[in-house]
Write a new protein. Structure first.
Length: 739
């Protein structure tokens, strides 16, 4: 088997590298070059697929094809001596509707189109991307990329930086296969090419442990981007947020169609996972924790109703529902690990669209020719608010008004690594009022005005540096802020509005996160990291007492505290079929000196016939929303007490057992059973009351203690067909008991 070794860029070898690239380019251009290798075959009623496997062994040439199409071909009988591979294929395919084309050392076999219609330039597009090693995240040079859905097979070779470009593809949906010597083949389907802009993708290959005779094809549909994730994890892209019913390009609404995921209200983005509180979700963006990225979010009460993050900005992201790996902390129910994509670094592209969520304008492109840096930003304004501003009276009451901005600037350097500057932010408000009919004497009792303002932002700088293509260091410095303000008034007997309730929360955080990942060898990958968070808040909540008509302060406090996290983990591949991931996460909440070590462990074992068994276990913890710790009570002498300040972290143990079966590259069955045990749950220190922060908000009249317990147990079923042959479906069912 041919083998390409790693090449170091030095002056003495530049000529050799240029020569290799030219040779590979010429091989690609010569799409049907004849082979000098001559072989003999004697097939007697042999399955067509087995005949191809025999030819591959004899010629060291890879074949790429669609299983369903090949399986429909009849068995072959052919006896021929001293013939070229092309002569044998011509006879094998002579009476079929199939043809072939050679791209480098790979032959693609597919149906011969009944008509050959040349599409106008406007109906063709370029597919670009980059190929990486899945464990080290290093780019792979000279990997082969083939498009298997085009009427004429096309492909490309990745350059020294792992980039590839395939121009002039027909618009529509395509599938590709990526091969590289020493790595398992990767297959990705449902790549949508549109006329308006280029499509840019990322492909991750897994290194083989040993040389195998058979072709190993890995379908990447739904596989999490984090290679350390084994159970209860799924990746998604922007295209999926537009596909499922009622998702309306919103990732938070999209995941609600998944097994075990629901919501408390169809009008909100609250995510309830396996019976857990929506307040136990962890939102991450570009590797760091952020506030809930939703408009109208009020921390501790509601996760908001409309996503701040536009689908135009979204890259491949992960969603987890339990038993997270050791690099995740401060979460009990689920994790949204969102990634922003890089802008197009070769072409300028601008997009304007109008939809239910708002009017969007997006722009992306390179900074200058020959530089791989790029920019990307998106601005959105509420559709209904804009119509009202243009004197189209949509509503006079409780009209949601919002706007948001997202951006990412990617700045690669020659020797200092890659820098990226990113951010998202949004503001929203709603004003609801009711002025009663003055002819009705007692209607003043129903008059009110309710003005609510919310917002958030998160911005940061990320630096990624690779060491010898075996390890990388990623460091993120970020700042985030969220706020919510509510001013509620009611009408008195003189038909005047009077203050009744006021609530104002400002919360901010500065975070420094650093992760070191090293691929020790093709079996072992290690990862370690630290997360330092400086948490700051200013909260005031007060109401007007009905008897004295004076303000009564429930909470008025501000302060600073720290959250320290660290983790150490590793992934070991015992064989091509068995993987294990283990590690420990450490959390210390400085406010009350509470700390916990959380072990994590998971296994994945591949059975014959495309079946996989998975198991995951983990201890997890999370602190409550900060105002809970600063509820004030008063002693007989008027002294102020903070009874909840000593609350410990809520803890949970996750156990997950899963089974997966792939019937084809596009059809998959997944079953998961889970048990989750929760302890140290804050509950009221009063046997007659059942209040807990998990239900949202807090009670100022009760002291909370860590004596609560909970448990969730259930089973989830998912049958999913990914987009193929013009249709797809998702069928899920969940059985669970939460107490």
């Amino acid at each position: 088997m041919k083998k390409l070794t790693n090449i170091t860029m030095s002056n003495s070898r530049q000529i050799l590298i240029i020569a290799v690239v030219l040779i590979l380019s010429l091989a690609y251009r010569n799409a049907i070059a004849q082979s000098d290798t001559r072989i003999s075959v004697d097939f007697k009623e042999t399955e067509f697929k087995l005949a191809l496997e025999y030819l591959m062994k004899q010629t060291n040439v890879n074949f790429i094809f669609n299983d369903e199409e090949i399986n429909r071909l009849p068995n072959v009988t052919l006896k021929i001596k001293n013939a070229t591979l092309e002569e044998i294929l011509d006879q094998l395919l002579e009476d079929s509707n199939m043809g072939y084309a050679k791209i480098n050392e790979t032959i693609a076999i597919g149906p011969i189109p009944k008509e050959s219609k040349e599409l106008p330039p406007g109906f063709r597009q370029t597919l670009r991307g980059r190929v990486y090693d899945k464990d080290s995240k290093a780019p792979l040079s000279f990997a082969t990329v083939q498009v298997i859905t085009s009427s004429t097979p096309k492909g490309a070779i990745t350059d020294i930086d792992g980039n590839f470009s395939i121009p002039n593809l027909p618009v529509g949906r395509h599938a590709i296969k990526v091969t590289f010597v020493g790595y398992e083949d990767a297959y990705q389907s449902d790549i949508l090419l549109g006329t308006g802009k280029e499509t840019i993708i990322e492909i991750y290959l897994t290194e083989k442990l040993e040389s195998l005779n058979e072709v190993v094809v890995t379908a990447s549909n739904g596989v999490p981007m984090n290679e350390m994730a084994a159970v209860s994890a799924k990746s998604f892209d922007a295209e999926e947020t537009k596909r499922y019913a009622a998702s309306i390009s919103d990732p938070a609404r999209m995941v609600q169609v998944m097994a075990g995921v629901g919501t408390t209200d169809d009008a909100s983005n609250e995510i309830v996972i396996r019976g857990n509180s929506p307040n136990w979700m962890l939102w991450k963006l570009e590797g760091v924790e952020i506030p809930s990225p939703n408009h109208f979010a009020e921390e501790g009460y509601s996760s908001g109703a409309v996503s701040i993050l536009s689908s135009n900005m979204l890259g491949n992201s992960d969603f987890y529902t339990g038993a997270f790996s050791a690099d995740y902390g401060n979460a009990l129910s689920g994790i949204f690990d969102l990634k922003l994509r890089n802008g197009n670094n070769q072409e300028y592209e601008h997009t304007f669209q109008a939809g239910v969520l708002g009017f969007d304008f997006a722009s992306e492109g390179p900074f200058k020719k020959g530089y791989n840096g790029s920019y990307l930003f998106n601005y959105r304004y509420s559709t209904l608010s804009l119509l009202n501003a243009l004197n189209f009276e949509v509503s006079e009451n409780a009209l949601p008004n919002y706007q948001d901005l997202s951006f990412k600037v990617n700045l690669p350097t020659k020797s200092a690594g890659t820098f990226s500057i990113w951010g998202i932010g949004g503001m929203s408000d709603t004003f609801e009022k009711f002025f009663p009919d003055s002819t009705e004497v007692d209607d003043y009792e129903y008059g009110y005005r309710d003005n609510t303002n919310t917002g958030m932002h998160a911005a940061g700088v990320t630096h990624t540096y690779f060491f010898e293509n075996k390890s990388f260091l990623e460091t993120v410095l970020s700042h985030s802020r969220s706020f919510s303000n509510q001013d509620y008034e009611e009408m008195d007997s003189l038909w005047r509005y009077e203050d009744r309730f006021y609530d104002n929360l400002n919360k901010s955080a500065v975070r420094l996160s650093s992760t070191y990942n090293r691929k020790v060898n093709n079996r072992l990958t290690m990862r370690a990291g630290v997360i330092l968070s400086l948490l700051d808040f200013d909260y005031e909540s007060r109401y007007v007492k009905s008897d004295t008509h004076e303000w009564e302060v429930e909470v008025k406090s501000k302060g600073t505290t720290y959250l320290y996290q660290g983790f150490l983990m590793g992934k070991y591949r015992f064989s091509e079929r068995l993987d294990a991931v283990g590690g420990v996460h450490y959390t210390r909440f400085d406010l009350n000196d509470d700390q916990v070590f959380e072990p994590r462990l998971s296994f994945s074992y591949e059975l014959p016939k495309s079946q996989t068994i998975t198991f995951g276990f983990g201890r997890h913890s999370r602190h409550e929303t900060l105002p809970v710790y600063f509820v004030r009570t008063y002693g007989n002498n008027g002294e102020v007490y903070l009874p909840n300040k000593s609350l410990q972290l809520t803890r949970a143990s996750h156990y997950v057992l899963g089974y997966e079966k792939s019937f084809s590259k596009s059809l998959q069955l997944k079953v998961e059973g889970y048990v989750q045990k929760i302890n140290n749950l804050p509950v009221a220190n009063n046997p007659d009351k059942y209040h807990s922060p998990i239900f949202g908000g807090f009670e100022t009249s009760d002291t909370l203690v860590n004596k609560g317990e909970a448990r969730n147990i259930g089973m989830e079923f998912t049958l999913q067909r990914y987009f193929s042959n013009n249709y797809y479906f998702l069928i899920t069912s969940s059985l669970f008991d939460a107490k």
